[in-house]
Design a protein. Structure first.
Length: 328
């Protein structure tokens, strides 16, 4: 892999289109993604992704690269754009989510690129794996969630482990990308170990392989049994939070309506629970919680006890209480 040459300010060179092709089926590609590939002179991508859009590539220069050649793909795209070509550099899912947008901008900035350098850059968004896999299993991402890649090819394991531990403790729904490969088999085991420190063993887990592709496979399991499932590089693992449930073959994470509303008599509608107001923050929202915290502290509860009760840092509660007292 050679470093890119410096990019001098030149008007009207080519264009790089960073195209997210979605989960892999043409039906789930955006119209703009299809148009961008149609406009392109050259299409560059990982060999598997090139196969997914093969029907759209007639008459185009096609450059196939292997899994670990992301920077080479970006350099090829820049070289073709310098020649005045329109280049579609494709990623599965979304180009900005573990895709080619980041590596391409790294290469561009190393080459001295600016928006006025003559090479136009467009990012064409697509549905990421967490979107497509969630759609197949129900509604697991309805509340706060995050994505973590278990690939340690570029990220040190202690960094990944700290992130896993933090989100498990914070009760996020989590989408695990790159969970396992032929050579990387222990990472998913360590992820499970970290999650079990904070989550129930029966926490729902969904594993989706090749979403919307020919060999699509969906499995429902639990955190305790997760590592017994068939997991590979084409899998995305969705781990629920403490409220997530599976019913009728659908994994659902409640948004929290039950905290505020209850079904009216006869089940014909919903009414706000006692102490709650429709359209207003929960009684345990920020302002209500601050009032309660201040009252507990005034009644004699020390900060360490409050921190343990609310599972929040002591120094944060000290700062909150100090702010409340200074505002009084």
């Amino acid at each position: 892999m050679n470093a890119p040459e410096r990019l001098d300010a030149t008007p009207s060179l080519g264009k790089i289109m960073l195209v997210g092709i979605g989960p892999g089926s043409v039906e789930h590609m955006t119209g703009r993604a299809r148009d961008a590939i149609a406009e392109a002179d050259t299409v560059i991508g990982y060999v598997t992704y090139i196969k997914l859009v093969a029907d759209l590539l007639a008459g185009k220069e096609v450059i196939r690269k292997s899994m670990t050649e992301e920077l080479d793909r970006a350099i090829e795209a820049l070289d073709r754009a310098r020649q005045g070509k329109k280049v579609a550099l494709i990623s599965s899912g979304d180009a900005g989510v573990y895709g080619m947008a980041g590596p391409t901008y790294e290469v561009l900035f190393q080459a001295g690129w600016t928006p006025d350098s003559g090479v136009e850059v467009e990012i064409v968004p697509g549905a990421s794996a967490l979107n497509s896999c969630a759609a197949l299993v129900g509604a697991p991402l309805t509340h706060d969630f995050c994505a973590i890649s278990l690939s340690d090819l570029l990220t040190p394991w202690p960094v990944i482990a700290r992130r896993l531990d933090a989100v498990a403790y914070a009760d996020f729904v989590v989408a695990l990308y790159n969970p396992k490969s032929g050579r990387r088999t222990r990472q998913i085991v360590e992820a499970q170990r970290l999650f079990l420190r904070h989550r129930r063993a029966d926490t729902p887990v969904a594993i989706v392989k090749s979403a919307y592709r020919r060999r699509e496979q969906i499995q429902f399991t639990t955190l305790e049994k997760m590592c017994e499932a068939d997991i590979g590089m084409l899998s995305t693992v969705l781990i629920g939070n403490s409220s997530t449930f599976v019913r009728e073959g659908r994994m659902v994470t409640p948004r929290g309506y039950a905290n505020k509303y209850e079904s009216s008599e006869g089940g014909q509608g919903f009414e706000a629970r006692e102490g709650e107001k429709a359209g207003r923050s929960l009684s345990t929202g920020l302002l209500g919680w601050l009032d309660g915290l201040h009252a507990e502290h005034a009644a004699g509860a020390d900060v360490a006890e409050l921190a343990q009760r609310h599972r929040l840092p002591v120094d944060y509660l000290c700062a909150v209480l100090a702010t409340e007292e200074s505002d009084a």
